[in-house]
Design a binder for this molecule. Structure first.
Ligand SMILES: *Cc1c(COP(=O)(O)O)cnc(C)c1O
Length: 416
């Protein structure tokens, strides 16, 4: 049989054909009216996609560049900051903040879980200048409750800025930075916006812009105030990733078309899509006798599945690749061999999901007979879930962060 290579990885994700064509055609110079029109349009679309009235700054770098920019622009050496971490990307915040000389307090949760609000409260000091967290921790499949943390900062009249890595949260998870009071939201191109790696972006609140007037950590290429000044004239400070910017514009047009011409509606469809296909995936793996790595705190960006006792999770990665050319990811760091991860970010649909579940059944039935699963077990569960699902019916039952209330007690405990 022939095999078509398909990515089911949480970044890079599969590319949107319209974006690929736009990239190939983007033979323009960055100091021309043509580019200025493109850049101005894409920055406006980016605001709608993020769902904010704040300025959004676009950088030519992978997501980590924007994470670094938020640390270097918003802190000074010796600043006390709080990092909330429950995985590899949370640990990255600590690493960056330390590299820029911050005094780093850490609240951590075991991999596969989210942090306790009481611990966050106890670790927030009068001098805490910034709080860093993920909306979704891609290494474990966990979704953190951003509105609960934002509310805590408001309720305690904290001066700390809230900086959220939403690199896999955007486009998979309901986020309302302006209403909640998030100061910086970080995104990246190779995730839900379905284009290659190489662009990152930050939405920045007025409070955070004010903070930049006084901070003095070193910055040059990632100088956000310089970028903002240039963006007002439709340009970036240095040569931007022109082709990727054209691709991003095409991706936003496509997302808007999914929402009958409205990018705001299109983003909602993208989130509903991730919610539906992640729920199908969870139902299928549970029906096959597998277990979720984050049964109480799972998100919709990626599903992390525990390999059964005595089985290396690399078996799934290897078999899916060699037999079906389906690329999934192993666990990162210490989680390697224990979990495998399936992405729901961006350009995945019902058809992709059903096909992958079918392939996972092949691996389970052939290679892990001790689970006692038979062909169809996972597919039946996913089909039934799809048929019964009504996204609006569940809305009442949801936390502001989008998780079903039974799975997110954080905001409810914050409200007490
Ligand atoms: C992908 C990702 C990043 C960024 O990684 P880069 O390789 O620098 O693009 C950061 N945070 C999260 C949660 C991610 O999923």
């Amino acid at each position: 049989m022939i095999r078509k290579t398909r990515l089911f990885t949480p970044g890079p994700t599969p590319l949107l054909p319209a974006a690929q064509f736009a990239m190939a055609a983007a033979d323009i110079h960055h100091r021309t009216a043509e580019f200025r029109a493109l850049y101005t349009r894409v920055l406006a679309q980016l605001k709608d996609f993020v769902g904010t009235t704040n300025d959004v700054i676009l950088l030519s770098s992978s997501g980590t560049g924007a994470m670094e920019a938020s640390v270097s622009n918003l802190t000074s050496p010796g600043d006390r900051v709080l990092v909330l971490t429950a995985g590899k990307f949370g640990e990255r915040w600590s690493g960056i903040a330390k590299a820029f000389g911050c005094h780093v307090d850490v609240v951590s949760a075991p991999y596969g879980q989210t942090f306790s609000l009481d611990e966050v409260k106890a670790s927030l000091h009068l001098e805490t200048r910034a709080v860093f967290m993920q909306a979704t921790e891609t290494s474990t499949g966990v979704r953190h409750c951003v509105p609960a943390i934002a509310k805590l900062l408001k309720d305690t009249h904290s001066e700390a800025l809230l900086i959220v890595d939403a690199i896999t949260g955007l486009g998979t998870t309901h986020i309302d930075m302006d209403t909640w009071g998030v100061d910086v939201l970080v995104g990246g191109s190779q995730k839900a916006v379905m284009i290659p790696p190489g662009l990152s972006y930050l939405a920045i609140s007025p409070r955070a812009w004010d903070r930049m007037e006084a901070t003095y950590n070193p910055r040059y290429y990632f100088d956000l105030r310089k970028e903002r000044k240039n963006a007002k004239n439709g340009e970036s400070a240095y040569t931007p990733a022109v082709a990727l910017i054209a691709a991003l514009g095409a991706a936003f047009d496509w997302i808007a078309a999914q929402g009958d011409g409205s990018l705001v509606e299109g983003r909602k469809r993208l989130i509903e899509n991730a919610e539906t296909i992640s729920a199908m995936t969870r139902a299928a793996v549970l029906a096959l006798g597998l277990k979720l790595f984050a049964p109480d705190a799972f998100g919709t960006a990626a599903t992390a599945v525990l390999a059964p006792e005595g089985v290396d999770s690399g078996l799934f990665v290897k078999e899916l690749k060699s037999r079906f050319a389906a690329i999934i990811t192993n666990g990162q760091g210490e989680m390697k061999g224990q979990i495998f991860r399936i992405a729901h970010l961006g350009f995945f649909d019902y058809m992709d999901t059903i096909a992958l579940i079918g392939a996972i059944e092949q691996v389970v039935v052939k290679s892990i007979p001790q689970l006692g699963a038979k062909f169809g077990d996972g597919l039946i569960a996913a089909q039934q879930l799809y048929a019964d699902r009504s996204p609006t019916a569940a809305a009442d039952n949801k936390c502001l962060c989008g998780r079903e209330s039974t799975h997110c007690s954080l905001l409810h405990s914050a409200a007490k």
